[in-house]
Design a protein around this ligand. Sequence first.
Ligand SMILES: NC(=O)c1ccc[n+]([C@@H]2O[C@H](COP(=O)([O-])OP(=O)(O)OC[C@H]3O[C@@H](n4cnc5c(N)ncnc54)[C@H](OP(=O)(O)O)[C@@H]3O)[C@@H](O)[C@H]2O)c1
Length: 302
Amino acid sequence: MKILLLGKNGQVGWELQRALQPLGQVIALDRTMNENGLCGDLADFDQIQNVFEKVQPAIVVNAAAYTAVDKAESDQETVDQINHLAVKKLAELCKLQNCLLIHYSTDYVFNGEGETAWSENDQSEPVNFYGQTKRLGEIAIEQSGCAYINFRTSWVYGTYGHNFIKTMLKLASSRKELSIINDQIGAPTGAALIADVTCQALKYYLLVDLDQQKQLQGHYHLASTGRCSWYEYAQFIFDLAKQKGQNLTIQKVNPIETSAYPTPAKRPLNSRLNTMKLQTNFKIHLPHWRLGVAQVLEEIIQ
Ligand SMILES: NC(=O)c1ccc[n+]([C@@H]2O[C@H](COP(=O)([O-])OP(=O)(O)OC[C@H]3O[C@@H](n4cnc5c(N)ncnc54)[C@H](OP(=O)(O)O)[C@@H]3O)[C@@H](O)[C@H]2O)c1
């Protein structure tokens, strides 16, 4: 079975390169041309079409996306191209070639109001351009009629790539005082967990009959259990890094409100995701966010 992985060098893509291996032959691409003349640039759809023709995948895993949330506000044409229009074409190709599309989306499809964890069927209402294009990508997948599983996740970090843990460690090694947002609530979710859950779900999906597969297709919320604010997340990182012997200069951390830290893109306050559907349908256990953060922190420090 051939599995086409797009976005192999992102946080999630990197972990998928490892995790997908036992499931089949993985053809992992980034946006450069590889030695076999295959290029996974979502901005160049002729190349993607060429990849489909040459590879004939049974499963496409799309971990590529435009993820620079603030930059997205001023780079709208490119963001729409990658997160929406390319996803639409990808889904149409999957439908045409009868292959399963695994895609990733975000809690930013919701408006962030209230304190209840979002369920898959809750009304989407993105508050920034990145979220809007991610939702448009989802709608395009729904409308294509292809077989798909779309994992909406949140606050992604990994050993590989840029993320909050690395930024905090860097800042805490040069500053004495930091102000961190305390009114946005979510669950940090590891790229390794996302990749492993993807494969566990895929394995389950491949073992059931066609009717059951149809039942399983759709949107799923995938996040660690527990919840925290960015301030609590940062405190956990600093405390653990100190315990592990890191020489941090940070002495004071101030909790602040989102309104005190204006950014080009508005952020939802409530990023809680209800993961019951994923846990029930695919018999998956999700760990507490602190476990994965502690492990990655140790890997980064080492
Ligand atoms: N990061 C988060 O906090 C977060 C939260 C919720 C949901 N998500 C979703 O989770 C998924 C994975 O995110 P991530 O954190 O792994 O993102 P990431 O680390 O930013 O990786 C995204 C990857 O997409 C690639 N890419 C960008 N434009 C491309 C193009 N034109 N053609 C092909 N590849 C392109 C990038 O390639 P280059 O390396 O060449 O730039 C990068 O490798 C995405 O769908 C994202 O929307 C992420």
